[in-house]
Design a binder for this molecule. Sequence first.
Ligand code: ADP
Length: 245
Amino acid sequence: MSEAIIRLENVNKWYGQFHVLRNLNLNVARGERIVICGPSGSGKSTMIRCINRLEEHQQGRIIVDGTELTNDLKHIEIIRRDVGMVFQHFNLFPHLTVLENLTLGPVWVLKKSRAEAEATAMKYLERVRIPDQARKYPGQLSGGQQQRVAIARSLCMSPKIMLFNEPTSALDPEMVKEVLDVMVSLAEESGMTMLCVTHEMGFARKVADRVIFMDQGEIIEENTPDVFFDNPQHERTQLFLQQIL
Ligand code: ADP
């Protein structure tokens, strides 16, 4: 494996008394695409939220592109610049147009000129196939279109890593495919490191280098999609796959 861009070493986290992440160890290679699945409540979301410090781990180490996540705000800032995140709910600013949503971070955080930020925004809106929606407000778009705007917004910050947390689970069924198609082409064309929590197993088979199965705060099994789906090793994985496939 080439150099790891994300490293988790014996990561543990508790919510009060509840031990939510148990001894997680994970190395993600630069450019690797990982799908994380597992039953609801197994800690998938908490794990990826720890990677950009939306949640804090209490034990172990998380190192992103050579920077360790500690309480040092400088480190958190460096890591947040490298890591883009797309959530289940799109979290767009409703009072700003699509173009304004996309240029906000680049102008205020990256200190880009408005013209440059708008050119980049249009490039990514084309990439997610909705350049014609640039002047609209989020409320005027479908859920699938809003999620594609959210993906474009992350890309405008030039992240090295993209984290997706159930990006299609809040969408009406007919909109799931358009978002997955955008994610597939992003995976295939950009070489970006991607971690995606999803139960979209077709997507996993198509793009994942590795599928990780979590249950009760632990990584139970990880494998290539072919082996994972066709020959799951662990009983809990087999049970999970029977329920969702
Ligand atoms: P998943 O993404 O696999 O559904 P989560 O990481 O969201 O799982 O949650 C793991 C467990 O931690 C669940 O039992 C959930 O209820 C609990 N949990 C999540 N967030 C919090 C929180 N802020 N405080 C207390 N418990 C939480």
